[in-house]
Design a protein around this ligand. Structure first.
Ligand SMILES: Nc1nc2c(ncn2[C@@H]2O[C@H](COP(=O)(O)OP(=O)(O)O)[C@@H](O)[C@H]2O)c(=O)[nH]1
Ligand SMILES: [Mg+2]
Length: 251
């Protein structure tokens, strides 16, 4: 059976951590959990250690400072690959991604390299998001799709499954995005590596506890990087293949 790790990034998520971890453990008895905590004295890291002491399937990766979601995930991917995990799941700590939907993502992962939990395909939904977050998410995905010629509808979502084989093929050493642009960066890397990507509808529910870490600088980073990638030919060509300019850049 595939060895699966659910990676939960945390930054100031003390109220959310225990419920989400227990829900993940309950929804699939075969998965392990890795909490990747960017230290903040709100005690999330200490709570993660307490949970890990009780639950054999939970481990914690402590990072010294907050350097963004991208770096936290890259460190976690390296951790997981070096320990022989076959499938790596990304899942937010704040309850927006329902662990109860994990079986449908994992089922899709049986026959594809990358699974995107998608809010913007038929059957996908967003609950309790204010209009501006909805617009930002939909607008961001649409802009990335047009600039980079991606086929996928939800380029910015953070509920995903990667096979270890996919991550190894993706040349992660040149992923530089810090904020949520990391999700677009990863999708672009997957497509450029010729991997198969499938979208599975999810219901995304806005958090009820704690605060979002979304900020103006995160939005700006995504806009700038996607624009630069688009104009420098890093996207996918009209025929759906990697553009020659981009392909040679990789070599
Ligand atoms: N380790 C780590 N986790 C982060 C960082 N920024 C955000 N997160 C986590 O990423 C997930 C999504 O963040 P959130 O603020 O809910 O984003 P939103 O849903 O777009 O508003 C949550 O689990 C956060 O705790 C970071 O810099 N480091
Ligand atoms: Mg959130």
């Amino acid at each position: 059976m595939a060895k699966t790790l659910v990676i939960i990034p945390t930054f100031n998520e003390r109220e959310n951590l225990e419920p989400i971890t227990l829900r993940v453990l309950a929804c699939d008895p075969s998965v392990d959990v890795l909490v990747v905590d960017d230290s903040l004295p709100d005690g999330t890291g200490a709570l993660a250690d307490e949970i890990a002491a009780r639950e054999k399937r939970v481990q914690v990766l402590h990072r010294a400072s907050k350097n963004g979601l991208g770096e936290a995930y890259l460190e976690a991917f390296g951790w997981a690959l070096s320990r022989g995990y076959d499938r790596l799941v990304q899942l937010d700590a704040d309850g927006s991604h329902a662990p109860e939907q994990l079986p449908s993502l994992l089922a899709a992962a049986e026959s594809t390299d990358v699974v995107l939990g998608s809010r913007w395909v038929p059957g996908g939904r967003v609950e309790n998001w204010p209009w501006y977050r909805r617009a930002l998410s939909k607008g961001g995905s649409t802009y990335a799709r047009l600039m980079l010629r991606l086929q996928q509808r939800d380029a910015t979502g953070g509920y995903r499954v990667y096979s270890a084989r996919a991550l190894e093929a993706m040349n992660l050493s040149d992923v530089e995005s810090h904020g949520y642009c990391f999700q677009i960066d990863m999708l672009l890397h997957a497509v450029r590596a010729g991997l198969t990507v499938v979208e599975v509808p999810i219901t995304f529910t806005e958090r009820t506890l704690g605060a979002s870490k979304m900020s103006g600088s995160i939005v700006l980073e995504a806009m700038l990087r996607v624009t630069v990638w688009g104009f420098s030919g890093m996207g996918v060509s009209r025929s759906g293949t990697v553009a020659p300019a981009a392909a040679s850049r990789e070599g």
